[in-house]
Design a protein around this ligand. Sequence first.
Ligand SMILES: NC(=O)c1ccc[n+]([C@@H]2O[C@H](COP(=O)([O-])OP(=O)(O)OC[C@H]3O[C@@H](n4cnc5c(N)ncnc54)[C@H](OP(=O)(O)O)[C@@H]3O)[C@@H](O)[C@H]2O)c1
Length: 341
Amino acid sequence: MSSVPSATTREAVLSRHRPGPDILPSSCVSIRESARVPLQAGQVRVRNEFMQIAAVMADLMSEDPGLPMPAYSLNEPLWGAAVGTVSESSADLPVGTVVQHMSGWQEECVDQAAAFYPVPVEYLPGREYVLNQGVTAYHGMVDIAGVREGDVVFVSGAAGGVGSLAGQIAKARGAAKVIGSAGSAGKVRYLVDGLGFDAGINYKDSSVQEQLAHLAPEGIDVFFDTVGGDQFEVAVQAAAPGARFALCGALAGQIDGGNEGSPRLDLMTAIVKQLVIRPFSTHHTPEQLAAWGSHYGQWLAEGKIVFPHTIIDGGLEAAPDALDGLLQGRYRGNVLIRLHP
Ligand SMILES: NC(=O)c1ccc[n+]([C@@H]2O[C@H](COP(=O)([O-])OP(=O)(O)OC[C@H]3O[C@@H](n4cnc5c(N)ncnc54)[C@H](OP(=O)(O)O)[C@@H]3O)[C@@H](O)[C@H]2O)c1
């Protein structure tokens, strides 16, 4: 018996602005039913299969996040990366095409065909593999930090979505030693045993400064920072002359608030060592996408990298709580929600 499609679908909307980092993101989101609208000319309907959640989504819930991307609006669906399949089309994009797009947080979505990017998933182990943060990691590690053979590299937030790929990219580019920091002994083991890092630091366990001095007595050449706070200050002290810093994120401030996002820069040390400190914000230009795309599938196939990710079942309902859990350090790698059983 063929099943009749439901007249409604579900989406997650911003029910209130997030007042501050101490408020759980899930308390600002509600799930609502919406009517399935008929397609207009040029539109397609996509059944979303996986959506990605990321730390920045919690920031986008505040009233004025000051980020280079649109903030979430009250009573409007949240947005975010997703992958799905075209289920109905009145455009030049055939039913059955697998597409990537930014209308996540919805079980299905309707938009102009141009809003959807067909993705050649044949070269990947699964379609969820397109939902990675490799463009950011690659751009920061290669273009901003200029990682090269023989470098000693330190990655903060190394078990997270961006950091877990950044460290592997450094290894694939010939770094001599890659050290990552993470918030539990299990995650540190994962960095070394699962991702091929040379060593890991549990920043909650004992002094990062002492652990880094022990693991990299020669000094670090590259610092890929997703955390800021104390770890940035420690990296300045641990840097080798001319070290390159790629500043990607400020998780300590984004999540814990206070001054954690505004570390002190020891200017004299930075000057004497002639550190190159470059904050960056990726805008996913076609060049950046192509650069990462030219390596990702090949490195996966060659076993040079893995795609670190956690898949959460439970559908759209599971997503708000999963975002709380991501900030609390519950998961490893990129965090993906399976939207349908
Ligand atoms: N510059 C750009 O263009 C760009 C693009 C994308 C993302 N970003 C930024 O990059 C950063 C990483 O993004 P992501 O999506 O990969 O996030 P993520 O690492 O998945 O974020 C969650 C992780 O943050 C860690 N964490 C929580 N509180 C912390 C604290 N006080 N100190 C240190 N770590 C803490 C936890 O790991 P532990 O258990 O290890 O603590 C948790 O698993 C974010 O700041 C994001 O906004 C920047």
